[in-house]
Design a protein around this ligand. Structure first.
Ligand code: GUN
Length: 283
């Protein structure tokens, strides 16, 4: 292995400990940050993510209040719950876990969350602020990727960053954050013809496609920083990233593992967005 490992689990723990101090200060002012989580249905992966989010909140001293909603709920019922949470003073952040059952409109539900409580950063006002470089709440996963690059002191300004994936949750906001830091950014996707020809130009490669082992050794420039956002369950039951870690680790300069990479850091960023939202509500 030549690459330096960027240990997301360790970094997340450090972040959570810092946040705990901020929470203590807020509590002295009478505010305990609160995160409301909403899970519609019983997707097993979503349940694990929600559990991890609740655990991280508890470690930081943030209240998390979970709402289980049956898969048979109507959109009106879920919207009413979101409206109720929008109006609850003790709730500073709200997330509706995705994916949602097919009969519910994820976009409408995400947009129903009050902009100041939208700790996922999916509200169009927050996404618009990101385009403009104005203050707002930034989506957790791309923030996690940037925090990991910064922790490893990976230079960004003037470098070529390639983002593989174009989702609103990861790919597009990651590209915007990199642009804001002065990188030259190329956005492609798993179907880009000769993807390797593009990824081989990357000084920074961020991969978020949901395709296990899409990025192989020959697709990575020697010395590049490789941030793997994918979490895929293999037929064997093992978790794998979008990057073939075992081979890419020998050419990359930095690499994030799966599990234990971007995932835990994303959760820490959600806690941070919640603590920040609580602090803003207290001023
Ligand atoms: N499902 C997978 N990732 C996310 C996320 O970041 N936020 C929400 N709400 N659901 C998700």
């Amino acid at each position: 292995m030549t690459a330096q490992l960027i240990d997301g689990a360790a970094l997340a723990l450090e972040k959570i400990n810092q946040l705990k101090q901020s929470v203590t200060k807020l509590q002295a002012r009478g505010v305990t940050p609160g995160l409301a989580t909403v899970l519609v249905g019983d997707d097993p992966a979503s349940r694990i993510y929600i559990r991890n989010k609740a655990r991280a909140c508890a470690q930081a001293g943030v209240n998390s209040i979970h709402h289980d909603v049956p898969a048979s709920a109507t959109e009106r019922e879920v919207l009413d719950l979101v409206t109720r949470l929008n109006n609850e003073r003790a709730v500073h952040g709200i997330i509706v876990q995705l994916p949602l059952p097919r009969h519910l409109d994820a976009q409408r539900l995400s947009q129903a969350i009050a902009v100041e409580k939208d700790v996922d950063g999916f509200n169009w006002l927050n996404l618009g602020a990101l385009v403009e470089g104005a203050p707002g709440i930034t989506p957790c996963t791309p923030r996690a990727a940037m925090a990991m690059l910064d922790h490893a002191h990976v230079p960004i300004e003037g470098r070529h960053a390639v983002v593989v994936g174009r989702s609103t949750i990861v790919g597009k906001p990651a590209a915007l954050l990199l642009i804001a830091r002065g990188a030259t950014v190329t956005v492609c996707n798993s179907r880009t013809p000769d993807l390797g020809a593009v990824t081989r130009q990357a000084d920074i490669l961020i991969v978020a496609t949901g395709k296990a082992h899409l990025i192989t050794r020959g697709m990575v420039k020697p010395g590049a920083a490789v941030i793997d956002v994918g979490i895929n369950r293999l037929a064997s039951g093992k978790l794998a990233g979008d990057v073939a870690f075992d081979e890419v680790k020998d050419v990359a300069g930095w690499i994030t593992p799966v599990p234990g990479g971007v995932g835990p850091m994303t959760v820490a960023m959600l806690v941070e967005n919640t603590v920040d939202a609580a602090a803003r509500s207290a001023t």
